[in-house]
Design a protein around this ligand. Sequence first.
Ligand SMILES: *Cc1c(COP(=O)(O)O)cnc(C)c1O
Length: 463
Amino acid sequence: MSYPKPDRRSWAEPWKIKMVEPIRMTKLAEREKFIAEAGYNTFLLRSEDVYIDLLTDSGTNAMSDRQWAGMMLGDEAYAGSANFYNLWEAVTKYYGYKYLVPTHQGRAAEHILSQIMIHPGDIIPGNMYFTTTRLHQELAGGAFVDVIIDEAHDPANPHPFKGNVDLAKLQRVIHEAGPGKIPYVCIAGTVNMAGGQPQSMANMRAVRELCRQHKIHVVLDATRAVENAYFIQQREPGYANKKLAEILKEYCSLTDTCTMSAKKDALVNIGGWLATNDQGLYEEARNLVVVYEGLHTYGGLAGRDMEAMARGIAESVEDDHMRARIGQVQYLGEHLIDWGIPIVKPIGGHAVFLDAKAFYPQIPQAQFPAEALTCNLYIDSGVRTMERGVVSAGRDAKTGEEHFPKLELVRITIPRRVYTQAHMDVVAESVLEVYEHREQARGLKMVYEPKYLRFFQARFEPA
Ligand SMILES: *Cc1c(COP(=O)(O)O)cnc(C)c1O
């Protein structure tokens, strides 16, 4: 035949389904009751009462048959488990760092890193904050300063690399604080709170160069660095013909250390690590992990968890895997754009973010428009999403004033390899239904506020 034959027709998944988990549809009246009982906070719903669970992509991944097979090969020795060495090999091979300390999840690595590197009064510049990252910096006596480009704060701006650092802002912070007050610059790829937006390789290289001049350490939050590598491959000149694995390694090579939540990119349900090229930091981390997590050859994990992680890392850097993973997110986002629903653009890597300020202009930010929107979506269809706005932003550590972020978003987060295209259609149709009734929506008032990371456990009532 003479017509041009493509290798593939779409982003369709490079796997088939071998085992299924039944889920239950609830009735409208039940959902109204469940969300009221949950204090109008989707984190407090029972998973059994949720139909399609898009709360988070964290630890909600479906593992492959190879990963499950690996779990049977768990070497549950207290010290020196074979699975630890497999994990070490995978991290050093694909991420390229020299040394590894496993932890039970990402925030444990952040805790250890912050305790070692941050002294009271220090400043940690970053490309927007992440909740647990910033909290551990603050608990160690440091203060986070945002140096992301202004475009990242504008949900409608189509900049292809909204995760980029504004080098002039970073330069200014270094100049004002003095390099001695900056233990490291903390870079996330992709940037969760900006809508899953990537950083370019060129920008990372420029950050690296600026930090080198001032002898400042660069830490990567590598949680979604493989997704970031996919955007570099798709959007950055010179990378279209490179494999994701190659791009990931180049990206990490521009940093000294990484913290990782393997519950995201690495396709497992639990796990994380701290990896570094700095021998001194490695030795301190290896000492401290024993205090908080466990011996440095298991870091709070079972041997089988480390094996699943080692295998998940190798699967996560496969080009076909990532094309399908991000393809599904784009599929959902493009439906919503076609219907004129306000979402953060460009569509992110792990989630579609609804712009709640544009969705509900009648609800003042002090009445939590994004939180209200998560409730209305749940009531409509049993789809669970999460707030990423004023509730997540919390209060200023010093003044106690609420942060009112420019971005007031609802995150529709897609777990990896879990839901089908038909599920995405249900989600899109539910968002449309809620959008069509947007004028009737009312805000919320907070009636219980926890001290730390309040979005997890806060309770609300209709305002
Ligand atoms: C989830 C996440 C973390 C924290 O990781 P946990 O495994 O949840 O402790 C850190 N940074 C980013 C960008 C994340 O998305």
